[in-house]
Design a protein around this ligand. Structure first.
Ligand SMILES: C[S@@+](CC[C@H](N)C(=O)[O-])C[C@H]1O[C@@H](n2cnc3c(N)ncnc32)[C@H](O)[C@@H]1O
Length: 392
């Protein structure tokens, strides 16, 4: 089967794409010609040795497939560090566990700022699924951290078994969890899956099973009156996944950062095509069936589901706000002054970056921050200026 593509690929990409196509085609054949989109997304992102996150082809940052807040500016990490310092100080001591650390920038920026704040964690653990990104993180940390800080960094294959006090951080990880894609009609619900049609991957709808139908009926109640043909998605594994990665946190906080919305806004009738988005070489497009293994596939986070998951995992939902207010609450302006250190040109660069992180039309409103607390009762500075929990 020929890989479907519109953009010229280099040899390595063409080889990976061809292998991924064969693998997916085998999986489709093994499931009687129809693979749920959730399974397709899981394989496209995580199939060992082939998936976008498990093979080596993807890139973050300028010139890569997409850019994240820590890639935009060290101001993001500096503010996250201030939030961590508040929590570590209340705990007395603790560890940080970062999930999905990308290029390693956030880890480096957080550790450097925590050292100057006098609140270093005993260990900074990184749970990273991608071998390629682990290497990239290790190179970044070796270049940017002194050995005394590098010694605190450890990589994990699985969530820690031993309980610990401290913090869990995850920036733009939840949006990569596989989602179920559905289509709504007033008298029935369909689940969308992937078939092979004329040698290419194509969508095909099937009657949804009872679990998917029930989940969609609940979402429809929250979102409003959907027209026939309304399509969207939800993440059936979010609660179990967050439970599994936070299980060993005895006391402390989990901080989640991602683009997303409360459920009533996510499932508005006018958002009739859902939020699935693919990224390939800084080009965002709406066809997740293209370039499997070579492109990122994401969906917005249903923050109401994330809030429900906090309760299921035994946490208190401590804060929910936009990225803009999170950074403002942590005195991003003060961090700019410190970083610029009197250099006007550097200050102007940082001010530009702050605008990208904070303006409503950029990352400021689309991206949200959510805090869960366990065994700790503490007002958090990042959530003090704006409390959006009532929208959940
Ligand atoms: C979009 S990138 C974000 C990277 C980084 N946090 C940042 O903000 O630049 C997603 C990261 O999560 C990792 N990842 C995705 N799914 C994961 C999972 N189930 N467990 C651990 N890491 C995961 C990816 O390998 C990658 O490092």
């Amino acid at each position: 089967m020929a890989p479907q593509r519109e953009i010229a690929l280099n040899d390595l990409q063409a080889r990976q794409s061809a292998l991924m196509h064969t693998h997916l085609a085998e999986q489709i054949a093994a499931s009687a010609g129809w693979l749920s989109f959730e399974r397709f997304m899981d394989l496209a992102l995580y199939a060992p040795g082939l998936g976008y996150y498990s093979a080596g082809a993807h890139k973050l940052g300028v010139g890569g497939d997409f850019t994240t807040a820590p890639e935009v500016s060290p101001l993001f990490g500096a503010c996250v560090a201030r939030q961590c310092a508040e929590i570590l100080s209340a705990l007395g001591k603790g560890h940080i566990l970062e999930i999905g650390a990308g290029s390693g920038r956030l880890a480096a920026d957080v550790l450097l700022r925590l050292e100057t704040l006098g609140e270093l964690p005993d260990r900074y653990c990184i749970l990273e699924i991608s071998a390629d990104l682990r290497e990239r993180q290790s190179r970044h940390l070796a270049r940017h951290l002194p050995p005394r800080l590098q010694e605190r960094v450890h990589w994990l294959d699985q969530p820690p078994e031993q309980s610990f006090d401290g913090l869990i951080l995850a920036n733009e990880v939840l949006d990569a969890l596989p989602v179920t894609r559905f289509r709504w009609y007033h008298d029935r619900v369909e689940e969308l899956g992937v078939v092979i049609d004329g040698g290419r991957f194509a969508w095909e709808a099937r009657p949804a099973n009872a679990a998917v139908t029930e989940a969609c009926r609940r979402l429809a109640k929250a979102g409003g009156a959907w027209d026939d043909g309304y399509e969207s998605e939800y993440c059936p594994r979010l609660t179990d996944w967050t439970l599994s990665v936070t299980r060993s946190l005895r006391a402390g906080a989990a901080l989640w950062f991602d683009y997303g919305l409360p459920r009533s806004q996510y499932y508005l009738p006018e958002r009739r095509e859902g939020t699935l988005l693919s990224h390939f070489r800084q080009r965002a497009h709406g066809d997740p069936l293209l370039y499997p293994g070579l492109q990122d596939i994401t969906a917005w986070v249903d923050y109401t589901l994330l809030a429900e998951s906090s309760r299921a995992a035994g946490f208190t939902l401590s804060g929910f706000t936009t990225q803009s207010f999170f950074l403002a609450g942590l005195q991003v302006d003060h961090e700019m002054q410190i970083m610029a250190d009197g250099d006007d040109a550097r200050f102007a660069r940082l001010a530009n970056q702050a605008r990208q992180l904070m303006l409503p039309g950029e990352m400021g409103e689309r991206f949200k921050a959510m805090a869960w607390l366990r065994g700790l009762d503490l007002p958090l500075a990042g959530f003090a200026l704006q409390d959006l929990r009532h929208t959940l």
